[in-house]
Design a protein around this ligand. Structure first.
Ligand SMILES: Cc1ncc(COP(=O)(O)O)c(C=O)c1O
Length: 461
């Protein structure tokens, strides 16, 4: 698109730096400016309507015009627009929300720590883990194991946990202490003749070997998204978490679950820890916690972890960490209302009623000549595009095949997301109906066929 002088697009180019954007290319193309939204739809300033097939950034679970959330924010703003939670102070919405989250947690959790985003929640979990081991008198036990293809955010520690190269390049991360093991992607990483369970066993063994070679007294925690999201939308192979957790237990290494995308029904249970029988010591949540209407994230921890932190804070004098906006009353009020709406609408029941059809319709693309793998669970899924599916071939990333398909879905009024390795994902708002899923799939299918025609015309297959 041409950026016309004095247009909002030109003003954007002149004044805004965008996340995850090629800054130079942006000067030529300008932004797509989203102006309004309703239900699962958003509309840009040119009047074009799109199905938001990625729920923004995997987050607007209730769609784009929920009046109750607007009211909840306005009411709380009128009553108390801000207060902090430093120095023994509190506000009612943060207390109510913490209690509600503890009730809902997938395993018994004792305390909630509030942050403003998924990155901040993950970043703080690292501080918790280090503090925990300092308080336990194990100052050497500090290394964290993450996974290649993992996405945990972009603050310094969160970006260090993240295992996708694109988030590291040029930023001097990962920092020391952060290790990464193989992504448990059976289709791509499994060996000839290896069963899914054997593959899971090999992945767990890799973690075991790494802990032993680094020294168990130096390894503090392992972190995982139950379903890897931005790095490729990769559900775990059968028995993976069972096997990994046995290794962690053996070496006194904490299990941390990043439920920032998967939390709040995305996998067909309230939390993906239930789906995969994960028993985390700490877990992070954000995004659908407030349907993304206001920034809020949180960490939940078990009582065992909390008791060590508690005694540590006495030993070190104070628990000297926190954000100006931790437990912000307006964000907490909106999150509480979000959780009420989930319950009153039985959104979990709704997700379960449509997710089977969503996954089946995605599976219909499995035989398409451009599709290597279809993977997903609950209400999100991805295709992996391949020039030679039988041999799991990969396109040259410079050909930008999945980004091309993303542009085509957009041209057809569906926002999707290209992932590394030529994945292309859908993760619609949880309120999506069966009929709307059908429309989504038609647009996705058209864009896939057009992409197939393109790769043939370009001689990429
Ligand atoms: C699994 C996961 N964790 C953490 C984050 C970071 O969250 P935020 O962008 O709110 O900092 C993301 C963002 O997409 C994510 O997908």
């Amino acid at each position: 698109m041409t950026v016309l002088p004095n247009s909002p697009h030109a003003r954007d180019v002149a004044s805004v730096i965008h996340p995850y954007t090629n800054l130079k290319k942006h000067e030529e193309t300008g932004p797509m400016i989203i102006d309004k939204g309703d239900g699962i739809y958003v509309e840009d300033t040119e009047g074009k309507r799109y199905i938001e097939g990625l729920a923004g950034l995997w987050c607007t679970s209730l769609g784009f015009n929920n009046e109750r959330l607007v009211e909840a924010a306005a009411n709380q703003m009128r009553k108390l627009p801000y207060y902090h939670s430093f120095f023994h102070r509190s506000s009612m919405p943060s207390i109510d929300l913490a209690e509600r989250l503890i009730e809902m947690a997938p395993v018994p959790m004792s305390k909630v720590w509030f942050a403003n985003s998924g990155s901040e929640a993950n970043d703080h979990m690292m501080k918790f883990v280090w503090y925990y081991n300092n308080a336990r008198g194990k100052p050497e036990k500090k290394k964290i194991i993450g996974r290649h293809k993992a996405y945990h955010g972009i603050t310094l520690a969160a970006a260090s946990l993240t295992g996708v190269e694109y988030a590291h390049k040029g930023f001097d991360v990962p920092l020391d202490r952060f290790l990464h093991v193989t992504a448990p992607h059976y289709w791509r990483e499994g060996q000839e003749g290896e069963s899914e369970e054997d593959f899971a066993g090999r992945m767990a063994q890799e973690i075991d070997d790494l802990i032993v070679s680094e020294g168990p007294d130096t390894v503090a925690a392992f972190i995982a998204e139950p379903v890897m999201g931005a790095g490729g939308l990769i559900p775990p192979p059968a028995t993976y978490f069972e096997k990994v957790q046995a290794v962690l237990k053996k070496h006194d290494v904490l299990m941390i679950a990043d439920e920032v995308i998967t939390g709040f029904m995305r996998t067909g249970n309230m939390f993906a820890c239930e789906t995969y029988n994960i028993k985390p010591d700490l877990m992070s949540i954000a995004k659908a916690l407030s349907s993304a209407y206001l920034p809020i994230g949180a960490v939940m921890m078990t009582d065992e972890v909390y008791q060590v932190l508690r005694d540590g804070s006495d030993k070190f004098g104070m628990w000297n960490t926190g954000y100006t906006y931790s437990g912000h009353p307006v964000a907490a009020a909106v999150a509480l209302e979000t959780l009420r709406i989930y319950e009153e609408r039985d959104l979990l029941g709704h997700v379960r009623s449509v997710m089977g059809s969503f996954q089946e319709q995605m599976q219909q693309f499995a035989d398409h000549p451009l599709v290597g793998e279809v993977r997903g669970i609950g209400l999100f899924a991805a295709l992996e595009l391949s020039p030679d599916p039988a041999n799991k071939g990969m396109f040259d990333p410079a050909a930008k095949v999945a980004p091309g398909m993303m542009a085509r879905t957009q041209a057809h009024g569906l926002i999707s997301r290209a992932l590394p390795g030529d994945g292309i994902a859908l993760c619609p708002p949880l309120i999506i109906t069966e009929e709307q899923i059908g429309v989504c799939m038609e647009r996705f299918s058209t864009a896939l066929d057009e992409t197939w025609a393109h790769v043939q015309a370009e001689g990429l297959v």
